[in-house]
Unconditional design. Structure first.
Length: 315
C-alpha cells in the first residue's frame, strides 16, 4: 500500500481548506500514521482523526496536550498551531523567540519571499503604509455591505442606514492624514457598528464592547475574533509575511499584521453572528460552528490572502 507523507499534503491550497479546529480536554498525537485527538469517556479512549491536509489552524484550549510527533506532522502539512484558554480566549503561547502573535508556525527554509519583498518596498515609507492601511479598511467596508445582507436578521429594513454609515466612514478613512487619525476613525466606526448591530437584534440599547465580560455578545465576540486571528496568521504564513510588519496596528506590536488581517473579516462575519447567537441563546460550540461555516461559505481565507496580495502589489 502506498503511504501518503504529510510533507506531500501542502498541495491543497490553504485558501481551499475547510477546517479550523478548537480542541479542549484531549490529547493530540500520532496514531497509525494519522494525527488524531483522544478523548476519554466511560474509561474508554476515543480517537478522532484530524484531516491535516484540509486544516488551516489548530487552537488548543484548556486541558490539552500535544506530542512532538503530532507537531512535526502538522508543521509538514502547513497547519498553524495556537494555544489558548477556555472557549478559545485568551490566546497565548510560550514561544517568544521566533514567532509573533502567539502562534507557532510551520517552519521551512524554502518559503517564498515574493510578497515579503513587495511588502518591504512600501512598509518603511509612512505615507505608503498609510495608503495600504486605507486600502485594507475600504475592503473591510465592502465586505460588511456584502455579508450583512446574507444573515437572517432585520437588516433589509435598515439597508439605507447601513449604507449611510459605511459611506460616511469610507470618507473618513480616505481623508485620514496619519495612522493615528485612521485608528481614531476606526475606533469611532467600531462603536457605531456595535450599536447598530445591538439595535438590529434588540440585544441592548447601551451595549459596550468590553473584552472578557460576562454577557454573551462580548464573550462570542472574543471567541470569534480569535478564530479570525487563526485565519489571519495562516494568511500571513501562506504569503510569507512576518507578523511584525503591521500596516495599522503599530510598528511596536509584534503580532500587528495578524490583527490587521483579521480586521478584514471580523466585522462582516464575526460581529453579526455574535449578536444573532447571543439572542438565540447559543452555546459557545454552536456559535463556533456557525462562524466556521460562515468562513467556509464566504471563502474567508481566500479573501484575506487576496486582500494582502493586492496591498503588497499596489501600495
Amino acid at each position: 500500500m502506498y503511504a501518503i507523507h504529510s510533507s506531500d499534503l501542502k498541495t491543497i491550497l490553504h485558501s481551499k481548506r475547510a477546517n479550523l479546529y478548537y480542541l479542549e480536554h484531549c490529547r493530540v498525537l500520532v496514531n497509525g500514521g494519522c494525527v488524531e485527538y483522544v478523548t476519554e469517556k466511560n474509561n474508554q479512549s476515543l480517537y478522532w482523526n484530524i484531516p491535516i491536509a484540509n486544516t488551516t489552524c489548530l487552537l488548543l484550549g484548556t486541558g490539552t496536550s500535544i506530542t512532538q510527533a503530532a507537531v512535526r506532522e502538522l508543521a509538514k502539512a502547513g497547519v498553524m498551531i495556537g494555544f489558548c484558554g477556555g472557549g478559545g480566549t485568551p490566546l497565548f503561547s510560550a514561544n517568544e523567540v521566533d514567532f509573533a502573535c502567539q502562534f507557532f508556525s510551520p517552519q521551512s527554509e524554502y518559503r517564498a519571499t515574493e510578497y515579503l519583498q513587495k511588502w518591504c518596498q512600501f512598509w518603511f515609507d509612512d505615507q505608503r503604509r498609510l495608503a495600504a492601511a486605507k486600502q485594507l479598511q475600504q475592503q473591510r467596508l465592502t465586505l460588511i455591505s456584502q455579508h450583512w445582507l446574507q444573515f437572517n436578521w432585520r437588516i433589509e429594513r435598515f439597508k439605507g442606514q447601513l449604507k449611510t454609515l459605511l459611506d460616511d466612514f469610507s470618507v473618513q478613512f480616505t481623508e485620514a492624514q496619519t495612522s493615528q487619525a485612521l485608528l481614531a476613525a476606526e475606533g469611532r466606526f467600531s462603536q457605531r457598528l456595535y450599536a447598530f448591530a445591538a439595535g438590529l437584534t434588540h440585544y441592548s440599547k447601551d451595549f459596550k464592547r468590553r473584552q472578557s465580560q460576562g454577557d454573551p455578545a462580548n464573550q462570542f465576540l472574543d471567541h470569534g475574533n480569535y478564530l479570525a486571528y487563526g485565519l489571519g496568521a495562516t494568511a500571513c504564513w501562506v504569503l510569507g509575511l512576518p507578523h511584525g510588519l503591521a500596516i495599522l496596528h503599530g510598528k511596536t506590536r509584534r503580532g500587528g499584521l495578524v490583527f490587521d488581517a483579521a480586521d478584514i473579516i471580523k466585522d462582516s462575519l464575526i460581529l453579526p453572528q455574535a449578536f444573532i447567537s447571543a439572542m438565540a441563546g447559543d452555546d459557545e460550540k454552536t456559535f463556533r460552528q456557525h462562524c466556521i461555516h460562515n468562513f467556509a461559505e464566504r471563502e474567508t481565507l481566500d479573501c484575506m490572502i487576496d486582500t494582502l496580495k493586492s496591498i503588497a502589489e499596489q501600495a
